[in-house]
Design a protein around this ligand. Structure first.
Ligand SMILES: Cc1cc2nc3c(=O)[nH]c(=O)nc-3n(C[C@H](O)[C@H](O)[C@H](O)COP(=O)(O)O)c2cc1C
Length: 364
């Protein structure tokens, strides 16, 4: 490690938080394509709202709804305050929580913001590290990092587009699959391969399932653009960032791309309300993740602000379930669908979902 590498990482994290709270870092023209999924209204649902059961079991933990606070931060005092508010809200509602990259913990043992079990003893907690850092770390180092932060699983994030735009970012992505294969063999807890806003293609999904990987987070395009965040961090005429601001596979398209592969999917990336969550679950996701809107809610309203945002999302999801006649989350995965043509174009040939597609919609 260079002597000031930890400080550089911490400073950059701080800039990221400021930009994500204040800046315009959404995709500009690309959407999640979740609006191209029509769930079919059931005017005679024969279910009481109280009977709708949104709970699920994920990686051995029961969640009141299939919603995770997606990976954001850690490693500074400010990040610690944020993560503790996120943890309070997640514990209160029985949802999952992802830590942001634990690179600084790996570099110098800094656990600020990565210890929340005193506040959140019961929830699913996901640790996080970048694939390049995972490549350079031994499995024992990662196990120790996860044990110190009370995590139940490790997300290994993939972010090549963002790294290429970042000044001084990683340029060498060789050895990613070998690293995942090693961790798959040797890590004692579940592994989630996670994008960070550019989505996972069928080819990547195929390579991951060939390795025996079980969990992915598609983290697709249409929500926060990390190329956008890095572009704003380093503005200038010589940046490739503006050309790639909208790069990536939309979240709904990525779910479709992975259809039929033996992978359990988390859908993060622009999934900002419970109806979009229901659409993602109907496309085969086991859970959804939400990141930036919760950072904004925490900034203005602390743990309570986060809790209110998530309560609304849970009740919207339950409403979508009732209005499609679904008593359980599992029922959503067998719902008939009408898809927009732009989204349907991403479906692989002979996909399993195709038997559930009742119709195609033209236009937006
Ligand atoms: C402030 C911030 C920091 C993030 N840091 C990480 C990270 O360290 N590791 C990671 O896997 N994803 C990270 N992400 C990406 C999110 O987990 C998510 O994949 C992406 O922002 C898209 O979701 P959204 O549209 O709900 O924001 C971060 C997101 C935000 C907003």
């Amino acid at each position: 490690m260079m002597p000031d590498e930890g400080a550089t990482v911490r400073r950059r994290k701080d800039d990221h938080l400021d930009l994500c709270i204040q800046g315009d870092v959404a995709f500009k023209t690309r959407s999640t394509l979740l609006s191209q999924v029509d769930l079919i209204h059931d005017a005679l649902p024969e279910i009481s709202f109280d009977q709708v059961d949104s709970s699920v079991e994920i990686m051995g933990r029961r969640l009141s709804a299939p919603i995770l606070v997606a990976a954001m931060t850690g490693g500074t005092r400010r990040a610690q305050r944020i993560n503790r508010d996120l943890a309070r809200a997640a514990q209160q509602l029985g949802l999952g929580l992802g830590f942001g990259s634990q690179r600084v913990q790996l570099l110098n043992g800094n656990t600020l913001g990565f210890q929340v079990r005193d506040l959140a003893p019961d929830i699913l907690v996901l640790g996080n590290i970048g694939i390049v850092q995972a490549r350079g770390a031994s499995t024992d180092q990662l196990e120790e990092m996860l044990a110190l932060s009370g995590a139940d699983a490790l997300c290994v994030h993939l972010n090549p587009a963002m790294e290429l735009v970042q000044r001084g970012g990683d340029r060498d992505f060789r050895g990613g699959l070998d690293t995942l294969a090693r961790l798959r063999e040797s890590l004692s807890m579940p592994l989630v391969v996670k994008e960070t806003g550019c989505g996972l293609s069928r080819s990547v999904g195929q390579r991951l399932s060939d390795l025996g990987m079980q969990w992915v987070d598609v983290s697709g395009a249409g929500g926060t653009s990390w190329v956008g965040v890095e572009t704003l961090c380093n503005p200038g005429a010589s940046s490739p960032g503006p050309a790639f601001w909208d790069w990536g596979i939309p979240t709904a398209a990525s779910l479709l791309q992975l259809d039929g592969l033996p992978l359990r999917k988390i859908a993060t990336g622009g999934v900002y309300n419970g109806l979009d969550a229901a659409r993602a679950l109907a496309l085969g996701a086991s859970a959804v993740g939400i990141a930036r809107p919760l950072l904004v809610a925490q900034n203005s309203g602390g743990a309570e602000g986060v809790q209110h945002r998530l309560e609304l999302m849970i009740s919207e999801l339950r409403m979508a379930m009732l209005l499609t006649g679904c008593k359980t989350v599992r029922d959503l995965a067998s719902q008939p669908l009408v898809l927009g043509a732009e989204l349907a174009a991403w479906a692989p040939p002979r996909s399993q979902i195709s038997s559930r597609i009742q119709g195609m919609r033209r236009g937006p």
